[in-house]
Design a protein around this ligand. Sequence first.
Ligand code: SF4
Length: 81
Amino acid sequence: MKAVADGVMQPDESFRQQINLCLGCRACEPVCPSDVKYGQLLEQTKLVLFERPLRSARKKSDQSEASSRSGSKPESNRPPT
Ligand code: SF4
């Protein structure tokens, strides 16, 4: 999870499925003998898996929309020839 959250590893489908199965209840934290802050890792990992791709897709959509708008200026906005 840390490697994916840090961008060191690319998540595969199996990893995504495992993360999706986790409820995020954090019941595992208090019983972890190594005191792993699982919830923190989970939040960082979900951010990488689900939020960043959405932001990237939104950014591309905004750029596409802006370029299509600039390519279709109405005639009245053009300087007289
Ligand atoms: S947070 Fe821990 S106990 Fe809860 S579903 Fe996920 S792995 Fe299981």
